[in-house]
Ligand binder design. Structure first.
Ligand code: CA
Length: 224
């Protein structure tokens, strides 16, 4: 659940990063337009939060470049107060939404979720499979009605697998999408994490495909 944050003011970038982490996302911060253009075009993100005033290349140019290159992730622009022309230019350049600075983190999170629902990435805040229910707004997990306590990392792992239901996800892909950018997980970290989560869930919800990765299937699990 990676989100790209493009913001050159460290204080604002830090607070967005923290707010998105608390909401269960995996944010990555870059602080200039050229890096943003490159990262957005070469890596996979669910969405981007893009400031307009940036060093090296301004946010609107970054956005135009992305759209020209068919980088279609939802983008929320951060605009200066009262600058209606920035907002018009932003929508023209391909922005999906904008927020006027200063804003409340709750609003940014709510709008990000709404955007992802619209783009089909996150249709519902409630995800379900095989008796597992995950409420991504309240950050709650339950199995067959019993509430399961999970750590933020375990939550991100479940969230990612549920969003990719029916598809085998490699350890590498999981690691990229659940660890924060400054965390370098050990080679067997994902395996250990999945093992711990399986014991908590007490059901055969997360399946292993040896040599390929992990899967939460859409069909009921065959009990072994
Ligand atoms: Ca700025």
């Amino acid at each position: 659940m990676r989100i790209l944050i493009v913001e050159d003011e460290a204080l604002i970038a830090d607070s967005i990063q923290l707010g998105l982490e608390e909401a269960g996302f995996v944010p990555e911060v870059v602080s200039d337009g050229e890096t943003a253009w490159f990262q957005g075009g070469t890596e996979d993100y669910l969405a981007a939060v893009l400031d307009i005033g940036l060093p090296k290349l301004d946010g609107l140019s970054v956005l135009r470049n992305w759209r020209k290159e068919k980088v279609n992730m939802p983008v929320i622009l951060l605009t200066a107060k009262g600058s209606w022309s920035e907002r018009v230019d932003g929508i023209d350049a391909g922005a999906d939404d904008y927020l006027v600075k200063p804003f409340h983190m709750e609003e940014l999170v709510a709008r990000l979720r709404a955007l992802m629902r619209r783009s089909g990435v996150d249709r519902s805040p409630i995800l379900e499979a095989k008796g597992l229910i995950m409420d991504t707004r309240r950050m709650k997990v339950s199995v067959n009605g019993a509430v399961i306590k999970v750590t933020p990392l375990e939550f991100r792992l479940l969230n990612y697998l549920l969003h990719n239901r029916g598809r085998v996800v490699s350890q590498e892909e999981l690691a990229t999408n659940i660890y924060y950018q400054d965390q370098e997980p050990d080679s067997n970290a994902v395996e250990v994490l999945v093992g711990r989560l399986r014991r908590k869930l007490k059901e055969n919800i997360i399946e292993t495909r040896r040599g390929f990765g992990y899967l939460i299937d859409e069909e009921p699990a065959v009990s072994q």
